[in-house]
Design a protein around this ligand. Structure first.
Ligand code: SF4
Length: 147
């Protein structure tokens, strides 16, 4: 297994030719939450993530801090934009992107091809796929406390 760096920022090349060119960027990053998301939104996105992992047959990352950071990023966008816009991308206009829906979680690449570049939902064949589909609020708090 390749080394995995626990961090709030990860970079992934996009290789899928089916993502429209206008939506591609050379790299993705899980963007650190600019403001602390509300407990309510964290809980909503935590439950959503557990339910969607079960429904899609995907698993959380072996490093739960990755899962926690993405869930907090989604929660922050839910608070600030009214929609769980993917936190791993740069947007020129977040509000417009949230309104369009393509990158609202679960995004179109995830729904169509089980591609989650944030590593929130990993198919079992992926390098960093763990064996869990659950994460507690305490795990989210603990793994992101010093980030
Ligand atoms: Fe981002 Fe899509 Fe993964 Fe949700 S499913 S975290 S929107 S890449």
């Amino acid at each position: 297994m390749k080394a995995l760096q626990a961090s709030t920022a990860y970079s992934f090349p996009i290789s899928s030719p089916s993502i429209p060119p206008s939506r591609r960027t050379p790299q993705h990053r899980v963007v650190r939450a600019q403001v602390d998301p509300s407990e309510k939104s964290i809980e909503i996105m935590r439950k959503f993530s557990e339910q969607f992992a079960r429904k899609s047959g995907t698993y959380f990352c072996v490093d739960k801090s990755v899962t926690a950071v993405v869930i907090k990023g989604l929660a922050e966008h839910k608070d600030t934009l009214g929609a769980p816009l993917c936190p791993c991308r740069h947007y020129d206009d977040k509000q417009a992107e949230a309104g369009q829906g393509f990158w609202n979680c679960p995004c179109v690449p995830m729904r169509e091809r089980k591609e989650c570049h944030c590593m929130l939902f990993l198919t079992p064949d992926k390098d960093f796929a763990g064996k869990e589909q659950t994460i507690t609020l305490d795990e989210i708090r603990e793994t992101t406390a010093n980030l």
